[in-house]
Design a protein around this ligand. Sequence first.
Ligand code: 1CP
Length: 368
Amino acid sequence: MQKHQQLQFAPLKNDLILRTARGEAVERPPCWIMRQAGRYLPEYHEVKGDKDFFEICRDAEVASEITIQPVRRYAGLLDAAIIFSDILVIPQAMGMRVEMLEGKGPHFPKPLRTIEDVQKVLDHKVDVLKELDWAFRAITLTRKKLDGQVPLFGFCGGPWTLLVYMTEGGGSKLFKFAKEWINQHPDICHQLLQRITNVAIEFLSQQVIAGAQILQVFESWGGELSSADFEEFSLPYLKQISSKVPQRLQELGHKEHVPMVVFAKGSWYALDKLCGTGYNAVSLDWLWDPAEACKINQGRVTLQGNFDPGTIYGSDEVITKKVETMIRKFGGGKSHYIINFGHGTHPFMNPEKIRHFLRECHRIGSQK
Ligand code: 1CP
């Protein structure tokens, strides 16, 4: 067993999201927003300038500043921070080159196209602590700077979503390469998914050791799989992550329970199974009618979501009305509910509209 000394941090002043994720009754639903740090905030662009995206992720001082920016701007309105990083740091740790093209998104100059390409990745031994040491340093520094204001999320990409990026070489519309891989070479895909899963388990566990207090797994391309393929190529790996991270944390001497959230965007057919997969919370995209999702969940887990991010382009009145409906349909928000968007913020969003959204979530969520 690895010897490990637990880091000491300031006590939490706001543990609302942790209590909610554990299923406790709460005074109001906690709020945070996927991609709350970054592109829509002028203060992010000021700090980023023309620096490379991954360069700023690796700079603990800058990454922690960007993580805290929304917490500072929306003082008292956000109940969690999420570390500024990206899901693609796992493929990087596995030996692949990933660039972030300005205005275009992620780009892999050498995506996995042949069996030999995959074999090379499988042969590459990954030392998570060494390869991702910058991520742990950024988390520890952020946790110190947060000084207990709100809990800090660690995260990673779901194994299937990472396989998509590694084979497609970037974002995709048709998923031609990923679909070729799973339909022509399912066995080697399983080997790759297993390897990604192993790295993800160690990465998430070490994020907690570094200071993360809650974890989210982003299976953002879940909805590109059929129900049967989701069961084969995504669900078993998501399940391993939720069961093995707590085991690994025990080995590492971490005593507190760390809530885990899963977001499988578009995988509506899998909600019932996801509610029984060992995660404390399941995040829903905005296509869900919350009442339907609650019916399927039957109180097993905390649900998170699912405001249509596009509503932020509407008037304050429309935002208020839709917040009201959402909270009501999630059962009023006094337990088993975390407010979030159904997906991330967009670069063009007006930060003041987001403030209105958060204020209304607090006001309506606090009503008796
Ligand atoms: O507040 C935060 O959430 C910041 C941390 C964060 C997270 C959790 C970033 C910063 N990215 C992510 C996760 C992430 N990255 C996901 C899962 C969540 C989701 O579905 O949105 C995905 C799919 C990515 C991949 C990625 N990284 C994309 C999507 C491209 C595509 O295929 O459609 C893009 C554009 C990025 C770059 C990126 N990551 C983060 C930011 C702020 C940016 C934009 C960089 C910039 O323009 O400055």
